[in-house]
Design a protein around this ligand. Structure first.
Ligand code: SF4
Length: 89
């Protein structure tokens, strides 16, 4: 009998490896780009020099570090398991 248990557990981890979801408050963003420097897989700058989300595919610690680096607290992190806002506190 084939072992299917390993494939089942890895299938759901590709899109979002952690439990933190990031979003950007565009009206607060001043285009400082520290978020892009810390987490370039997650954040990009658009033509208006405002941050946008490329992907949620990053470690929670990196998302939190990027959010904490934002000088205007324009990055909001929510724990998708609890619904709690993690950052800003
Ligand atoms: S660090 Fe903050 S202000 Fe700078 S680009 Fe990112 S979201 Fe915008």
């Amino acid at each position: 009998m084939a072992d299917t248990s390993t494939t089942a557990t890895t299938a759901t981890t590709t899109a979002m490896p952690g439990k933190y979801k990031v979003s950007v408050l565009r009206d607060k963003c001043i285009g400082a780009a520290s978020c892009v420097a810390i987490a370039p897989k997650v954040f990009g700058l658009d033509k208006d020099q405002k941050a946008f989300i490329i992907s949620q595919d990053e470690l929670d610690d990196m998302k939190l570090l990027a959010a904490q680096s934002c000088p205007t607290a324009a990055i909001v992190i929510t724990n998708i398991e609890t619904g709690e806002q993690v950052w800003p506190r």
